[in-house]
Design a protein around this ligand. Structure first.
Ligand code: F6P
Length: 545
């Protein structure tokens, strides 16, 4: 069984949503609150440590019921079952999509090609546990017998940004090991990192699902050469580990078998932090915290699989996103965490969401006449308020925004946290309410401004309002809640892909870039430049001269 192939625009719900949009698009959310005193409670989901308020959206009961009808008409339930049961839903690569299996409970059974993969997953988890604990405790040492102080994760894309984002997000829970991430093929990146390292006390983890990625192999080779200036070939055994599906290539690189962590082709790069790709996370925050991260994701997996769609957080968030993307013509979505710890969260989701749903052919291979993947961006609040919030408040575009905040800060500084959260709540309220011209005039009058000045200024100070937001309020940033939060967005991606009738789990657009760069490199390194357009030809000549 693969995924259903249903054109969403041909469903009854879609045409009803289109008429409903025309009839309701001028409605003001603030008025909807006045008309329905139960709105806040009605459009909110309370689940474990999460409170998701989606009431400040341009929706009514009818909108929600039509969106839920759309989910039914595209057979979302059946698709979720196929996803969780290891069907090869990544059809263009003939692979199952089972990051959910990486955080399954020990006794669960999940079959791929007739084999229960859960025991294998637990085997690798045990290896991660034993290895990371031996490094953290100092039981495993470097070639001169000194304990490790630094760890370098060498990878790119999903083999970098997931562990990098989680490690930064869980900085509060970190141990003494200093983590570094080398990803870019830009030699200045690796050289800047190397400047900080001592070969005797640094562990290198080469992470590449394919072990063929140009960036990762170049960086790993440069690092190995640097290491061998201080140590001998045999010392590689103590200082290099690898995570990959390609065991043959790892052996060629010289990494010893006991430091090799396998992964599987049913784990997509951008969903792989839960696998041994998360070894750097386990090294940074300890295995128990890594396991908690997985447990949180598993709880969200169960919620997504079992909760009724109208109480289902990823389903509701995805439906709202479709509503804005396909009916309001919103092109982007902002994700604003109100914690500095989640500084890389939006960048991480850019890969997860845009690499998955940036597609323009449907599951039958036909060109799509409607909009798919949204553009994702964001930065932590309150910094982002002083950067791009102007455009969200007073620009011409509809930008649905997720506000993610925590009830408790980690260091417990109440004064700061109250100020932070005051901004968090005030922003969504202001984005919804806006400020009318009459309000602006009254305010300027009460500030003592003259009539003439008020007339000149007023229109610039008007806020249209009616800007849609979701508020995701979580108890506290812990490994568990972070795991659930990431999984929440992963499942949102899935639901959107199902509705848009696209394959979310391949990335042919990125593969193209990999091939092109190889050919152009030959043109740079060889004396002759091959065939190019005149612009590229001139640029290459200028670079080579
Ligand atoms: O960026 C494209 C991509 O294919 C990602 O999906 C993947 O995470 C990344 O490249 C790195 O690939 P690998 O882990 O095979 O080195």
């Amino acid at each position: 069984m693969t995924l259903p192939k249903i054109n969403p625009t041909a469903t009854k719900a879609w045409s009803e949503l289109a008429s409903h949009f025309e009839a309701s698009k001028e409605k003001q959310v603030k008025d909807l609150f006045l008309q329905d005193h139960k709105r806040a409670a009605k459009f909110a989901i309370e689940w474990k440590d999460f409170y998701v308020d989606f009431s400040k959206n341009r929706i009514t009961d009818e909108t929600l019921s039509l969106l839920l009808q759309l989910a039914d008409e595209v057979h979302l339930k059946e698709a979720i079952n196929n996803y969780y049961e290891g069907e090869k839903i990544n059809q263009t690569e003939s692979r199952a999509v089972l990051h959910t299996a990486l955080r399954a409970k020990k006794g669960d059974t999940i079959f791929v090609d007739g084999v229960n993969v859960v025991p294998e997953v637990y085997g690798v988890k045990e290896h991660v546990k034993v290895f990371s604990e031996a490094i953290i405790s100092g039981e495993k040492t470097g070639f001169t017998g000194k304990a490790f102080t630094d760890v370098v994760n060498i990878g790119i894309g999903g083999s970098d940004i997931g562990p990098a984002m989680v490690t930064e997000s869980l900085k509060f829970y970190k141990n003494h090991l200093k983590l570094h991430f080398v990803s870019n093929v830009d030699g200045d990146h690796v050289n800047e990192v190397l400047k900080e390292l001592n070969a005797e006390t640094t562990l290198f983890v080469v992470v590449s699902k394919t072990f063929t990625t140009q960036e990762t192999l170049s960086n790993a080779t440069t690092i190995k050469e640097w290491f061998l200036k201080y140590a001998s070939q045999k010392d590689i055994a103590a200082h290099f580990a690898a995570v990959s599906t390609n065991t043959e290539k790892i052996e060629e690189f010289g990494i010893v078998q006991e430091n090799v962590f396998p992964m599987w082709d049913w784990v997509g790069g951008r969903f792989s932090l839960w696998s041994a790709v998360g070894l750097s996370i386990a090294l940074a925050v300890g295995y128990e915290n890594f396991d908690e991260l997985l447990a949180g994701a598993n709880e969200m997996d169960v919620h997504f699989k079992e909760a009724d769609f109208k109480e289902n957080i990823p389903v509701i968030l995805a439906l709202l996103s479709v509503w804005y993307n396909n009916f309001y013509g919103a092109e982007t979505e902002a994700i604003i965490p109100y914690t500095q710890y989640l500084g890389r969260f939006s960048a991480y989701l850019q890969q997860g969401i845009m690499e998955s749903n940036g597609k323009s052919v449907d599951r039958e291979g036909n060109e799509i006449p409607y909009q798919t993947g949204t553009i994702i961006w964001g930065e932590p609040g309150t910094n982002s308020q002083h950067a791009f919030f102007q455009l969200i408040h007073q620009g011409t575009k509809v930008i649905p925004t997720d506000f993610i905040g925590f009830k408790h800060s980690l260091h417990g500084n109440k004064d700061h946290h109250n100020k932070l959260m005051a901004n968090f709540f005030a922003q969504t309220e202001a984005l919804m309410n806006g400020k009318t011209k009459a309000e602006v005039v009254a305010e300027l009058k009460s500030n003592g401004l003259e009539q003439g000045v008020i007339a000149k200024l007023a229109s610039f100070k008007v806020f249209e309002g009616n800007k849609p937001t979701n508020t995701i309020l979580i108890e506290k940033l812990t490994p568990k809640t972070l795991g659930a939060l990431i999984a929440m967005y992963e499942h949102k991606i899935f639901v959107q892909g199902i509705i848009w009738n696209i394959f979310s789990f391949d990335q042919w657009g990125v593969e193209l870039g990999k091939q092109l760069a190889k050919n152009t490199l030959k043109d740079i390194e060889n004396s002759d430049i091959g065939n190019h357009d005149s612009s590229t030809m001139t640029l290459l000549q200028k670079f080579k001269n």
